[in-house]
Design a protein around this ligand. Structure first.
Ligand code: G3H
Ligand code: 13P
Ligand code: ZN
Length: 287
């Protein structure tokens, strides 16, 4: 069932488990994520990025997620979230479309500008009963290309004292922090700076969001939850599972022309990854 994100996060806090926020791009990835959640009875966040909205259209992707949540996942709490909104325009469009949560990401701008842009979206979101996530510190990376320097990462980690000021000035409901992960999978290079995470957790009480979680081992996810992360964003691992299975299928079954036969195994491959991640976050059997 479609619920407000605040219900999912409140229960997770009470039960001390983490929530997976899984990126979807189309019907098939949405089915893969949702079927996994239904199978292991886990509350989930389904999130879409601006690029997905550009690809699928805001209304179609919103309706795909909402319809699947209401029907395929009638007994499982599902919240719809905008991931990495970069403008007031995209944030407000998602709020008007029925999302219960948005992310305004102005983390590449100087602190004061980040505060100003974030606050504008937070105010609009709150007027509409929607939660807003802000971002402080830089999370680099994308599809194997890093627009940042691994050696200099420590300079871009979230500063705990700045986080206090950011939360106070913007009124965000959740905060995306930089504690060592990258968007994309850079095995062996990504790690969580647990000391920094502990300091941030002590300094502020809003739910903390770990982005770029595909590149860290599953047991580190469990540890991140123990250290106070509440929401974990996962995209690349799902893309890899989907695409690798797709390649395998078309290479093996060269006479297939039915998209359902070609895409079906990829839906299942996404589900397998989601189930594994959910179990490491501890949100299985919580719906
Ligand atoms: O962190 C970003 C998400 O993985 C979305 O990526 O903008 O390529 O859809 P995207
Ligand atoms: P990964 O692609 O590294 O899993 O990051 C996902 C993410 O942070 C979406 O906001
Ligand atoms: Zn992210």
């Amino acid at each position: 069932m479609l619920v407000h994100i605040k219900e999912i996060v409140a229960k997770a806090k009470e039960g001390n488990y983490g929530i997976g926020a899984f990126n979807v791009a189309n019907l098939e990835t949405t089915l893969g994520v949702t079927r996994a959640a239904v199978k292991v009875r886990a509350p989930i966040i389904i999130q879409v990025s601006e690029k997905t909205i550009e690809y699928a259209g805001l209304k179609p992707i919103t309706h795909i997620v909402q319809t699947i949540a209401k029907n395929e996942a009638a007994d499982i709490p599902v919240a719809l979230h905008l991931d990495h909104g970069h403008s007031f325009k995209s944030v407000s469009e998602c709020i008007n479309a029925g999302f219960s949560s948005i992310h305004i990401d102005a983390s590449d701008l100087p602190f004061d500008e980040n505060v100003k842009i974030t606050k504008e979206s937070v105010d609009y979101a709150h007027k509409h009963g929607v939660w807003a996530q802000g971002e402080l510190g830089r999370i680099f990376g994308k599809e194997g290309l890093v627009n940042g320097n691994f050696e200099k990462l420590e300079e871009f980690l979230t500063d705990p004292q700045q986080a206090v000021e950011f939360v106070e000035k913007t009124g965000v409901d959740t905060l995306a922090i930089s504690v060592g992960t990258y968007h994309g999978r850079f095995k062996g290079k990504e790690k969580i700076y647990f000391d920094r995470l502990d300091e941030i957790r002590k300094a502020i009480s809003v739910p903390l969001v770990l982005h770029g979680a595909s590149g860290i081992p599953d047991n580190e996810l469990t540890k991140a939850i123990e250290h106070g992360i509440q929401i974990v964003n996962i995209d690349t691992s799902l893309r890899v599972a989907f695409t690798e299975k797709l390649k395998e299928t078309v290479n093996k079954e060269t006479d297939y022309v039915d998209p359902r036969k070609i895409l079906g195994p990829s839906i299942e491959a996404v589900s397998e990854v989601v189930i594994r991640k959910i179990k490491h976050l501890g949100s299985n059997n919580k719906a």
